[in-house]
Design a protein around this ligand. Structure first.
Ligand code: BGC
Length: 443
């Protein structure tokens, strides 16, 4: 039996990712809370993982014990700026304590400034549809970065702007607030988020010249179902991949190209110090005249794919490699950080091999000398899954949200071994997911 270890470059960041609304609890002043009270989510966030009540400590202890040297968390805009004209200094102090808590445990923080949740006052003025949104976001960013810069220099401005806009403004199927259905509005929202990102990028560098600033792109791997079909190829390349390409290519060129015309945003050009990359799954895409809502494309998982508990994603590790190749080609000079990757799996039947197979693909990418600098697993502990509420479990640690009890899943031990070794070894695969041993360590 072959014995080997796939090692990663020195200084590689190994961590987990979380977001404020999903873990803090009692976030009563944002649009998701409203959405929850209106019954638009599967259950309510309630206390979530009670990080606001102080239970971040036990989770950070577990992360440190598990060999993690980095953590990506987000701050909640509606706590820091509860009304347009007020700042909550206590909230900022609490975030400072959390970041200090990470540092004390030897964990490098990455802070996301916007992860899907908006303050109610901002939501009530149509949020990111409003032309003032970029300016308002910049004001919040300035205040926050000034307060937290002592502990953090790695910033993620906006999480998955394409996911936010598509889920909230098109299709009307995914169930994100505000639940509108207008491609035109979705594009306007994305354009304003690009402006907001660019304003934040410049502001952060003004306050903290050594900062490294990026955003987190949601990348979904799309493959034409019939590779020979020009129509399947057309919808895959021009429509579905457009969803991947829009935001990043605007940062590369200063122009956001859309089917409804172009937006010139010159100040956005070159506003990234690293490329943040979130990857979960892959779809096949075929042309379908009966699907105008999805621009004449139908998408589905591969027939024999291994699909997660609630059919949220398919285990398609090769899509990770394809995505990293895409990111590297788009930004050959930028370091890449995998800012999210994970799977919903309450019983941990799939997660160990999901982790091993995806990390193996990241390792392959590092061997081309693409500058991959870190991997953040989603997530450290089960947390509130947006419109899916508590029905999906992404944690290395399970959470009973009624008792706040955490229970370690076997995947947490596998991930800890990977983090400590800075690599994936044949022994680990043999121990935690022998079913993929031959695939990962062929004779
Ligand atoms: C989001 C996370 C979410 C995860 C799983 C990602 O797209 O950034 O907030 O929990 O998907 O649904």
């Amino acid at each position: 039996m072959p014995q080997a270890t796939y090692h990663f470059p020195r200084g590689f960041l190994w961590g987990t990712a979380t977001s404020a609304h999903q873990v803090e609890g009692n976030n009563t002043n944002n649009q998701w809370w409203l959405w929850e009270q209106a019954g638009r989510t599967d259950g309510k966030s309630g206390l979530a993982c009670d990080w606001w009540g102080g239970r971040w400590r036990e989770n950070f202890d577990r992360a440190a014990e598990g060999g993690q040297n980095a953590h990506r968390m987000s701050v909640e805009w509606s706590r820091i700026q509860p009304t347009p004209d007020t700042w909550d200094e206590d909230a900022l102090e609490r975030y400072r304590a959390m970041l200090r808590g990470l540092r004390e445990r030897g964990i490098t923080p990455m802070v996301t400034l916007h992860h899907f949740s908006d303050p109610l006052w901002f939501y009530e003025m149509e949020g990111w549809e409003n032309g003032d949104a970029p300016k308002l976001f910049e004001k919040f960013v300035r205040k926050t970065v000034e307060a937290l810069k002592e502990y953090c220099s790695l910033w993620c401005t906006i999480n998955e702007p394409n996911g936010y806009a598509i889920n909230g403004y098109t299709l009307n199927v995914a169930g994100f607030p505000p639940g509108k259905n207008s491609l035109k509005l979705a594009l306007k929202v994305i354009a304003n988020m690009i402006r907001g990102h660019a304003a934040a990028y410049h502001a952060i560098h003004e306050i903290q010249p050594e900062a490294r600033v990026g955003f987190a792109a949601y990348y979904r791997s799309f493959v034409p179902y019939h590779p020979w079909s020009p129509l399947d190829r057309f919808v895959t390349k021009n429509i579905f991949n457009g969803v991947n390409n829009g935001f990043p290519s605007a940062l590369a060129t200063g122009v956001m190209k859309t089917p409804l015309g172009n937006f010139n945003i010159p100040e956005a050009k070159g506003t990234q110090d690293y490329f943040g990359f979130n990857y979960y799954t892959r779809d096949f895409v075929t042309f379908d005249i009966t699907k105008p809502a999805t621009l004449f494309g139908r998408y589905f998982f591969r027939k024999d794919a291994e699909v997660s508990e609630n059919r949220f994603s398919a285990n398609e590790p090769e899509g990770m490699f394809e995505g990293l190749k895409w990111a590297h080609r788009m930004f050959p000079d930028l370091p890449i950080i995998v800012t999210e990757n994970g799977v919903e799996d309450s019983t941990d039947w799939l997660r160990p091999r999901f982790i091993a197979e995806h990390i193996h693909q990241v390792w392959r990418a590092t061997n081309f000398n693409w500058r991959i600098k870190g991997y953040f697993h989603w997530s450290l502990v089960d947390n509130f899954e947006w419109e899916r509420g508590w029905t999906q479990r992404f944690g290395l640690w399970a959470l009973d949200e009624n008792t706040q009890k955490r229970t370690k899943r076997p995947s947490a031990d596998l991930y800890a071994e990977i983090c400590r070794e800075n690599g994936l070894s044949s022994e680990m695969v043999q121990k935690y997911c022998p079913e993929v041993f031959e695939k990962l360590f062929p004779v």
